[in-house]
Write a protein that binds this ligand. Structure first.
Ligand SMILES: Cc1cc2nc3c(=O)[nH]c(=O)nc-3n(C[C@H](O)[C@H](O)[C@H](O)COP(=O)(O)OP(=O)(O)OC[C@H]3O[C@@H](n4cnc5c(N)ncnc54)[C@H](O)[C@@H]3O)c2cc1C
Length: 112
């Protein structure tokens, strides 16, 4: 079943945000989370505050530049999933363990 067909039967369109770093999390702050069924996916289990990494590493405080996604307060209804995206199809994302994540809208925020 294609995304447009399944969309008709579902209450909210599915928004997948791939990449939970600065761009992905900033989008999450801006989007109306009531309007979508949102899944945020990142290959890491933690957010890395990369901008401060050289300073923190130099100070021996590298642990302060990381925050586990499991300790983040995602808005209600937002699901975080750890996984590596390997392929995008027209209506789904494929993870490296062959799990398929269907979407109506996909934002790719995987950096450079
Ligand atoms: C050492 C250093 C210092 C910096 N200092 C500054 C600064 O002071 N000020 C400033 O403005 N910028 C700074 N930058 C640049 C800044 O870090 C980047 O502009 C910013 O990280 C880009 O954010 P992003 O969300 O687009 O991508 P990224 O931060 O690269 O995030 C991409 C996310 O996608 C995830 N991802 C990637 N591929 C996959 C995949 N296949 N499946 C699942 N997840 C995936 C990654 O795990 C990551 O969480 C610095 C960069 C570095 C390296």
């Amino acid at each position: 079943m294609g995304a447009s067909q399944s969309h008709g039967k579902r209450k909210k369109p599915r928004l997948v945000i791939l990449g939970a770093s600065f761009a992905g999390l900033f989008l999450l702050r801006k989007v109306d989370t009531q309007l979508f069924e949102i899944t945020v996916i990142d290959k890491r289990s933690y957010f890395e505050f990369i901008c401060s990494a050289p300073h923190l590493l130099g100070q021996g405080w590298s642990q302060h530049g990381f925050q586990g996604y499991d300790s983040m307060a995602f808005p209600a209804g937002v699901t975080f999933l750890q996984g590596i995206a390997t392929r995008v199809e027209i209506d789904r994302l494929i993870l490296d363990d062959d799990v398929e994540i269907p979407f109506d809208f996909l934002v790719v925020a995987t950096g450079l």
